[in-house]
Design a protein around this ligand. Structure first.
Ligand code: NDP
Length: 332
């Protein structure tokens, strides 16, 4: 089969990454068990890094980026999938070490796919995408450690107006938690209240790392910022509080001490959506179908054409994107 299609192709010369929209054919795709016609992808923070050649996430060029996608199976050598099945993919280093969702066709391993959950259409599933899936994993991690909505206290979400943060605020609120949303952008305060935040915290109020323990404030926290923000949040956790660490939008360092762990029994749980096992994936997608209000998902989603993605890749690295960016891959 040699159908032609459009894709964003990254290349590297002298450590400089360049991006160009090209016509490819199915024969150009890497080996895979399932050929998928890609309908939707998204722009996550990691995509922004990849588009801008940051973090050495891509080792081999030329490369088609896009860390997640939703689409329809065209052909499959694996009996779990047949032509016409709707599928979603997040993680497994697709869009990093394997060509991803910024092409109109993708060839992938069957194990990497999840059937589109009943109750979501493909555009809703991708509006959730990697960031929303990660937010749900973070909520599940808090619950696995004993955090529940009937306990006294607020759950803090940092980087709240971003992709992971917006979905986390929305899920927590719909589950009945009291939610504090931290943001650096005043213009997003009403947006975050509409998603269900009870309290808005200025990002600058979460930067003091001079003391290992501060007044106890948070029952749980979902952090996508890292660095001084995460260090500060650790020092404000209530006794036995749980922090789900998702990201590093503020930097990869962690200028913290062990004191919150020793004297307050604080637990710090890392969230990895990339290599997450299949059963956990299914459970998370099932919960996203039931527990994430669809009207809020829509309010948190901006649709863009694949052909417009490059400037958005720069914006997300500057913290200028609100909520989720759904990419129309056929619009290219
Ligand atoms: P977004 O850019 O959509 O959101 C990040 C948010 O963090 C911004 O909107 C901003 O929120 C805040 N922020 C940005 N820069 C800074 C800064 N310098 N200091 C403090 N706050 C800042 O990204 P995503 O939500 O897609 O991803 C967030 C992080 O989570 C990334 O590091 C990403 O790589 C990681 N991630 C990890 C996954 C995993 O499996 N562990 C999966 C998905 C994402 P505001 O304007 O509200 O302050």
């Amino acid at each position: 089969m040699s159908e032609a299609f459009r894709a964003l192709v990254l290349d590297q010369t002298d450590k400089n990454v360049s991006a160009e929209f090209k016509n490819l054919t199915i024969d150009d795709l890497p080996d895979g068990e399932v050929l998928v016609k890609v309908r939707w992808s998204t722009l996550n923070y990691k995509d922004g890094m990849i588009l801008n050649g940051q973090g050495r996430l891509v080792r081999n060029y030329p490369h088609v980026p896009g860390v997640d996608f939703a689409g329809e199976v065209v052909s499959s050598t694996d009996t779990r999938y047949k032509p016409g099945d709707e599928v979603i993919l997040t993680g497994w280093r697709v869009g990093e070490s394997h060509w991803g969702g910024y092409g109109q066709f993708a060839s992938v391993k069957a194990d990497w796919l999840v059937p589109l959950p009943g109750g979501l259409d493909a555009s809703q599933a991708m509006a959730i995408g990697t960031a929303g899936f990660t937010a749900m994993l973070a909520v599940m991690a808090l619950e696995n450690q004993g955090v529940s909505a009937d306990q006294d206290g607020e759950v803090l979400v940092t980087g709240a107006a971003g992709g992971v943060g917006s979905v986390a605020v929305s899920i927590l609120s719909s589950l009945g938690y009291r939610v504090a949303a931290s943001t650096g952008r005043a213009e997003t305060h009403q947006y975050l209240r509409d998603l269900g935040a009870n309290t808005i915290i200025d990002r600058n109020d979460l930067t003091d790392t001079s003391k290992p323990l501060l007044t106890e404030r948070w029952l749980g926290a979902i952090d996508s910022v890292g660095s001084t923000t995460l260090a500060h949040v650790l020092s404000e956790m209530k006794y036995n509080g749980v922090v789900a660490a998702c990201g590093l939008a503020g930097g990869p360092d962690l200028p913290a001490t062990v004191i919150p762990f020793l004297l307050r029994g604080v637990r710090l749980i890392g969230i990895d959506s990339v290599m997450c096992p299949y059963e956990t994936r299914l459970a998370a997608w099932q919960r996203l179908t039931c527990e994430l209000p669809k009207d809020q998902l829509e309010a948190a989603t901006t649709k863009i054409a694949l052909s417009d993605i490059l400037p958005w890749g720069e914006k997300i690295l500057k913290g200028q994107v609100k909520g989720r960016l759904l990419v129309d891959v056929q619009d290219c």
